[in-house]
Design a protein around this ligand. Sequence first.
Ligand SMILES: [Zn+2]
Ligand SMILES: [Zn+2]
Length: 116
Amino acid sequence: MREAELTCNSCKKRVVLNEMKYSKDGAGLICSECYDKEFHGGVSLRQKHEMTNIPAPVENKKKVQFVCKHCAFRYSRALDFRGPKLCPNCGRDSVVYNLPNKAEDLLRELDEMDDI
Ligand SMILES: [Zn+2]
Ligand SMILES: [Zn+2]
């Protein structure tokens, strides 16, 4: 089913009904784009969003230990590291998480690593 479209009373574009808003000056239904312009005095909502969307400072990342199955080289990376997990020692794709058996041990280990 197609969504109902109406003509914006301000820019005359065809806009889907659920993006229409009532103009404050009583002109009738206008599109959200025109509504934002009217509301924010020329600054579109998107620009405003970008200005306030400054990335937060990088927190101290939790680290987790990896071990290479090939050469047994151990190293640690940030827990949410998403890059290629290649062994820094032999360069092979044979690295696995070196996780302790118990979750408690893992948490303790992560805390200890923070102090380094
Ligand atoms: Zn419009
Ligand atoms: Zn290796």
